[in-house]
Design a protein around this ligand. Sequence first.
Ligand SMILES: [Zn+2]
Length: 177
Amino acid sequence: MNNADKMLMRIRNEPKLMEKYHKRLFTNSRLDEETGCWNTLYGANVSEPQMGVEGIMIRCPRLSYTIMKGVIPEGLSILHICDNPRCVNPEHIFPGTTQDNMSDKVNKNRQRKGGQIATCKLTEADALKIKKGLAKGLTGVYLAKLFSVSPRLIGYIKQGKIWAHVEIKNTEANYGE
Ligand SMILES: [Zn+2]
C-alpha cells in the first residue's frame, strides 16, 4: 500500500480528519449545473488534481470516494462515469479497473445531450450501456438522469419488458451501430 492509500485509510479511521478534509474538499468544489459534476478547484492546471492531506498528496476523486463512500478496494482506480477527471461528485465516481471503459462509453452518449432525447430515442447501444450500468450496481434513478429518460423506462429495461433482445454478452458487435 502506498503512502496515499495509507493516508486514505487513516482518514477513514479518524473522524476529525474526515470532517476536516470533507469540508476542505467540498468547499473547494463548484457544481456544474449542466452536468451535475462537482469540479474541484485544486490543481487547476493538471489532469489529475490532487490536494495535500497531512503532508501527503492525494488525488481529489480518491479522497471524495473515501470520505463519502468508504475504503477503495485495494488495487482499484477511481473511475468517472462523467469522464471528467476534475469531478469529485461521489455519485459520478466508482472503483474499477483501468480496463473498465464505462466512463468512455457514457461520455460518448453525453455528447448528444440537449433536448432531442425522448424515451423513444434510445438506441440499441444506449440500452446496452444501461444494462451494463445496472449490472454494475448503478441505480435506475441515476441512469435515468444520465440518459435523460424516465426511471420507469429504466425499470422496463431492467425487467426485460423492452430491449430484451439486447444482451450484454453478445452485443458488442452492435456497438456504435
Ligand atoms: Zn462528474
